[in-house]
Design a binder for this molecule. Structure first.
Ligand code: ADP
Ligand code: ZN
Length: 287
């Protein structure tokens, strides 16, 4: 009897759902726009009814409650997305499918995918950072998803400011945290509203961007000692940023701790759009 596993990559704009078998063949896949839970969840549930599932893994946008001792375990917590704040996401699935679940963040799942089948294949520890509309980060350390009382919010660390950066930052909570200074919208606002994709690679604003991302890598390195830091997200389509980040990392770290060679340490994601689903299926299968 073939065993089937469920995967949900729950994003702020779309839900990607898949059913896979033990060989990672995807037998069914669909996308649903993220509207209110009352509209989106019935579609998701209907999707999974066709096959009997062993287990399901969900990588969700957040913040979410991942604390198994909490009364609101499985909830999406403080999102501004209409209808999703304090929503019992996992509970709604459990009502319909009485199976085991893996419940974690979208970025933890992407980290897991990259570790098992992507840029960090063969390693035990990896961090995954996405730099897009926001900055999010997750990780796997010694084979385990990085979560505890809560889950990491690596995009909101506070940084030392670049001496030539006069942009005030745009995080609604912290103003000039990493996300407030380095996510796509911050890059564009710093550059007077110009689309990030059109800013030439030799513009000094990219040095500022690389400085912040490198500083984040430095902080993560000092706290977590991962074997690799993998970057994805729209802004990272600027391939030149990788060399700039490595140079800035080196300058800021001043050789204080040893890391792998930087071109094998600060690297681009390999799984692209598939990282989430791949990670979910692997987690559901516990592979
Ligand atoms: P999301 O974070 O919403 O999932 P993306 O990862 O595509 O989506 O991030 C969108 C952001 O990335 C936008 O702010 C956009 O300016 C920026 N972006 C997208 N493509 C590029 C590019 N080629 N170069 C630089 N920035 C980009
Ligand atoms: Zn913030």
């Amino acid at each position: 009897m073939t065993k089937y596993y469920g995967a949900i990559e729950a994003g702020g704009t779309k839900f990607v759902c898949a059913i896979g078998d033990e060989q990672m063949n995807i037998v069914k896949r669909a996308k649903f726009a993220t509207r209110r839970p009352a509209e989106t969840m019935p579609e998701v549930i209907e999707f999974f009814k066709e096959y009997p599932l062993e287990k399901m893994a969900i990588g969700s946008f957040g913040p979410i409650d991942v604390n198994q001792n909490s009364a609101t375990y499985g909830y999406v917590t403080s999102t501004p997305k209409e209808g999703w704040a304090n929503y019992n996401f996992l509970g709604e699935l459990k009502k319909n499918f009485d199976i085991d679940y893996v419940w974690t963040t979208d970025v933890n799942v992407a980290a897991y995918g990259e570790l098992k089948l992507g840029a960090a294949k063969g390693k035990e520890s990896v961090l995954y950072l996405t730099v897009g509309t926001g900055v999010g980060g997750g990780g796997v350390i010694n084979g385990k998803l990085l979560q505890g009382y809560g889950h990491p919010e690596m995009g909101h660390i506070i940084l030392r400011r670049h001496p030539e950066d006069y942009y005030e930052g745009n995080c609604p909570y912290h103003r000039d945290c990493l996300e407030g200074l380095a996510a796509g919208p911050a890059v564009e606002k710093r550059h007077h509203g110009q689309k990030a994709v059109t800013i030439p690679s030799d513009n000094p604003d990219w040095e500022i961007e690389a400085y912040y991302l490198a500083q984040a890598c430095l902080d993560y390195t000092l706290v977590l000692s991962p074997e690799m830091i993998v970057f994805g997200g729209g802004v990272m389509h600027q391939e030149h940023l990788f060399e700039k980040m490595r140079a800035s990392f080196s300058e800021q770290m001043k050789d204080y701790v040893k890391t792998p060679a930087l071109d094998e340490y600060i690297v681009h994601a390999q799984l692209g759009d598939d990282a989430g689903l791949t990670g979910c299926l692997l987690l559901a299968m516990d592979k």
